[in-house]
Ligand binder design. Structure first.
Ligand SMILES: Cc1ncc(COP(=O)(O)O)c(C=O)c1O
Length: 448
């Protein structure tokens, strides 16, 4: 074994505790020390095994340690690794070409960057470049677009979170280049306008129009939305709403920007734009794009001016050929193994299983599923209010430490349990996830 790997693998719990004194972590849900993983499962330092329904920040569509990705990347790394973004590379051109062929018809130019937040900022630059004198952006309540100084201002974490202000609110600089104005999101389960889905007349879209007319300072460059709000509570935007957004952007001359950092492939289509049948002006990608290797991107509409070669968008690691190769290999596997279809089928199976459970557990208030984007909104059945934060946290930790199931939590009140395993999850593994989920509900809610 390589000497460094040998040294790392000798770090036991005691040494870990000592070394951890040197580590500074600024967020995320705490979890055990992971040492290995394969497929949808991971193992910790103490020998416990878990089914990973978070795909580690939703970034591993093919699960842990996919052999084909490894072999392809290893072969490539014998040839080339890091490339300065000014230089051409076959890998970058090939990935851009492939993404353009999968994206909606008029989105054909790709700019790569290093992470989701910077990719959102790249999209904002393109919007400001194309909508003259406009620096304002509109985004939705309960949205999450990153943690950089700019994007934090567009994320729900910079507003009150479960009743208190947390980290990003400390760094919220309202006049840092841009200005985010938020509008109420179409959260149909708890509609902010007291509408019922059956006869909703889209008051949320009306409020967006009012905001464009009267609430947004200066010209609006773009409306940024996650087509399926992820971190904010797994809230899919209704089709009617997304189609309305397109009309409004055309009418007001601002750009429609889809943050597809979490929807890319996971929604059961390559892009949520396809799922909604709406062509945005810019699509933003990140997270799982590189099969676990860091890479992010934006894809822009043909009619837009792109970046110029004058340091408008320049990043050291914006042309990492290793991540690009991994991204391409992942797309090949997704196409070859029909993983989009698998995502739709396995997602539907899990949602059906949850609906069955709902009959026994009225604490399951709402089940929201598109592909393997699954959110379970937990409530107090007596009042319909969000389940209290402590019980929601207990559900998550019991799932992890007693039942070997890593879940995410989301939502303003942290009461939405997120089930988002890798796209390779099988029907049998879906049954296992459901069993572990139900066992958790029984232990925490029925003390069984
Ligand atoms: C929808 C969405 N947009 C943007 C981001 C920010 O991406 P990153 O953490 O890579 O900066 C995230 C990360 O969770 C996200 O979920």
């Amino acid at each position: 074994m390589d000497s460094v790997l040998k040294q790392i693998s000798s770090v036991d719990s005691e040494v870990l505790a000592e070394y951890k004194e040197n580590v500074m972590v600024g967020g995320g849900s705490p979890g055990p020390c992971l040492v290995s993983g394969h497929g949808i499962r991971v193992n910790d330092l103490n020998g416990n095994s878990y089914i990973d329904c978070t795909s580690q920040s939703w970034a591993l569509y093919l699960g842990h340690t996919n052999k084909e990705i490894q072999e392809c990347v290893y072969e490539h790394m014998n040839k080339l690794s890091h490339v300065h973004q000014g230089f051409d590379s076959q890998e970058r051109a090939s990935l851009a070409h492939k993404l353009a062929s999968l994206a909606p018809k008029h989105l054909n130019r790709v700019s790569f960057t290093v992470g989701g937040g910077p990719a959102i900022e790249a999209a904002m630059k393109i919007a400001m470049k194309n909508v003259p004198n406009a620096q304002t952006f509109i985004n939705l309540w309960e949205s999450y677009h990153g943690c950089t100084l700019t994007t934090a201002g567009a994320s729900w974490t910079s507003t009150k979170s479960a009743g208190k202000y947390v980290g990003p609110s400390n760094y919220f600089l309202p006049n840092l280049n841009t200005n985010f104005v938020r509008v109420p999101n179409p959260y149909c389960y708890r509609c902010y306008f007291d509408q019922k889905c059956e006869n909703c007349n889209m008051k949320c879209l009306e409020m967006l129009r009012h905001t464009l007319d009267m609430g947004a300072p200066g010209r609006v460059a773009g409306i940024i939305v996650e087509p399926i709000q992820a971190s904010g509570g797994q809230i899919p935007l209704p089709k009617k709403y997304v189609q309305g957004l397109r009309e409004i952007c055309d009418e007001y001359g601002c750009l429609l920007i889809f943050d597809e950092i979490q929807t890319y492939c996971r929604c059961g289509e390559f892009f949520a734009a396809n799922y909604y049948d709406v062509e945005p002006d810019i699509i933003v990608l990140g997270k799982a794009l590189g099969a676990g290797f860091p890479i992010a991107a934006i894809i822009i509409h043909d009619r837009l001016k792109g970046f110029d070669m004058d340091a408008e968008e320049l990043h050291t690691f914006a042309n990492n050929s290793v991540s690009q190769v991994a991204a391409l290999k992942q797309i090949e596997i997704i196409e070859r193994d029909n993983l989009l279809e698998n995502t739709r089928n396995v997602g539907a199976k899990i949602a059906n299983g949850l609906r069955e459970m709902q009959k026994t557990y009225p604490e399951i208030g709402d089940i929201r599923q598109v592909g393997l984007h699954i959110g379970v909104e937990m409530i107090d059945p007596a009042t319909g209010a969000p389940l209290d934060v402590a019980t929601a946290a207990e559900l998550k930790s019991t799932a992890m430490y007693k039942n070997g199931l890593i879940l995410g939590t989301g939502g303003y009140k942290k009461h939405v349990l997120k089930i988002k395993p890798p796209m390779i999850t099988t029907m049998e593994e879906a049954d296992e996830i459901l069993e572990k989920f139900e066992a958790t509900l029984k232990m925490v809610l029925r003390k069984g």
